[in-house]
Design a protein around this ligand. Structure first.
Ligand SMILES: C[S@@+](CC[C@H](N)C(=O)[O-])C[C@H]1O[C@@H](n2cnc3c(N)ncnc32)[C@H](O)[C@@H]1O
Length: 285
């Protein structure tokens, strides 16, 4: 597959975007283009790393040129800042709403109780956080909410890559609930997706809960992932599914972490569905 040497914009027509007044269609378009560019950039960087032979190294300049083109297209879209604003728009009630409403509703259901020990504060870690005024932030459900994102837009959101977050040194640094809503699909490297899921188990108290949201297409129309395989990956990490619901576009799930049940099987990239209209979303572990 040749990625480099492209002259026309990688994601088609480009327009400078304003950061406000985004329409639903342009919100979706920014999010999709940003994902495509991010993924292509990672592919090129990986390709560059694997190049060893002298003749391959000659192609490096072409790859660098395409990476520069991608950076400039991302910049024209408005960068991560506008991507996040587009995602925030997607959280508007009119466009599907803030996913933390679903978490709050599920926490009330029998069987989904938090495993709190005496004297413990109820703690939530929100990974990939765009807003400090979503439903869960307005509720009194948690004593502490820690929020992180690759790019912080508020002092209450720590700028941090979850994949690089130092592991908890004590129980006090663990959480009763982790929210991973529409983040895994943003991670461009398949092995990092598996690593991200595995890491959640390290940050949860025993029997902690993972609230997980993913675009439906990642599971229902992928060449390399279906619901059964995803459930097996989660079961291998020790997760038991408590809740699941789907909308037109999204899958919401609530999982309980039982690390004692983890089997840590290996999951590689294998086709589970064929067809030319499939996407290539994949998780390896
Ligand atoms: C589509 S937004 C989702 C925001 C919100 N959780 C929601 O459900 O609407 C994805 C966010 O995840 C963040 N993100 C992606 N990878 C991340 C990582 N490794 N660590 C922390 N945040 C990450 C991105 O910066 C982006 O702000």
């Amino acid at each position: 597959m040749v990625f480099f040497g492209k002259k026309s914009p990688i994601t088609g027509k480009q327009n400078a975007r304003k950061t406000t007044g985004l329409k639903a269609a342009s919100t979706r378009s920014i999010i999709n283009k940003y994902h495509q560019l991010n993924k292509r950039k990672l592919q090129l960087q990986g390709l560059k790393k694997r190049m060893k032979k002298a003749e391959e190294q000659a192609k490096e300049a072409e790859i660098d040129a395409e990476i520069t083109q991608i950076d400039s297209e991302m910049e024209k879209l408005g960068g991560l800042e506008v991507y996040q604003k587009a995602s925030l728009k997607g959280q508007d009630q009119t466009r599907g709403g803030d996913s933390s409403h679903v978490l709050l509703k599920w926490l009330k259901n029998e069987g989904n109780e938090l495993a709190l020990e005496e004297g413990q504060e109820k703690k939530l870690l929100e990974v990939g956080c765009l807003s400090v005024s979503n439903a869960v932030s307005k509720s009194t459900e948690f004593d502490t909410i820690d929020r992180i994102d690759l790019r912080s837009n508020d002092p209450l959101i720590k700028q941090q890559d979850f994949l690089k977050r130092p592991l908890p040194k004590s129980d006090q640094e663990k959480y009763h609930v982790i929210s991973l809503s529409l983040v895994l699909n943003f991670v461009p490297v398949t092995a990092d997706r598996g690593k991200m899921l595995q890491l959640t188990t390290k940050f949860l108290h025993p029997q902690g809960l993972l609230f997980f949201v993913l675009p439906k297409a990642c599971v229902e129309n992928s060449r390399y992932l279906d619901g059964e395989l995803f459930d097996s990956i989660m079961a291998s990490l020790g997760y038991e599914k408590l809740e699941e619901t789907t909308t037109d576009k999204l899958i919401y799930q609530l999982w309980r972490c039982r690390q004692e049940k983890a089997k840590y099987q290996k999951f590689t990239k294998n086709e589970v569905r064929s067809g030319s209209t499939r996407n290539n979303f994949c998780i390896t572990l």
